[in-house]
Design a binder for this molecule. Structure first.
Ligand code: CO
Length: 134
């Protein structure tokens, strides 16, 4: 079912600060800050040779990551994203195996314009997993 690692997402308390640190201290190639109004997050994309890191910060009043930042004031890893070939088939298999899918169990269009779902962290050893259609 899972194929490639896509990205790790880290929630940070200050996006400009984090962007600067990844660029200047780690020498990373960083994007400009992108606001995803409909997702309630602002994101900086870091391209590595073999994968990506996404630095995230809440956007707007009802951001889905506000609570997370409140509980992790210095920032923390929020989720990992792994690709799957067929997200519909993946959902069927996950449900058959008792894995809880967050929300209404239907794929949503994620930040990369591809269908994604999120798996309940309690069903995967405390890690929030995003599955993205290849
Ligand atoms: Co993600």
């Amino acid at each position: 079912m899972i194929t490639k690692f896509n990205h790790v997402a880290i929630v940070v308390p200050d996006l400009n600060d984090a962007k600067k640190k990844y660029k200047e201290v780690l020498g990373a190639k960083v994007s400009e800050i992108c606001d995803y109004i409909q997702h309630g997050v602002s994101v900086v994309f870091i391209e590595l040779e073999n994968t990506k890191i996404e630095l995230m910060h809440p956007y707007g009043e009802n951001s889905p990551i506000s609570k997370f930042l409140e509980n992790n004031k210095n920032g923390s890893i929020h989720h990992i994203c792994i690709e799957v070939k067929d997200i519909k088939k993946s959902i069927d298999k996950l449900k058959k195996n008792g894995v809880r899918i967050l929300g209404d169990e239907t794929p949503k269009i994620g930040a990369h314009n591809k269908p994604v779902i999120f798996l309940h962290p309690k069903d995967f050893y405390g890690t929030l997993i995003e599955l993205e259609q290849e």
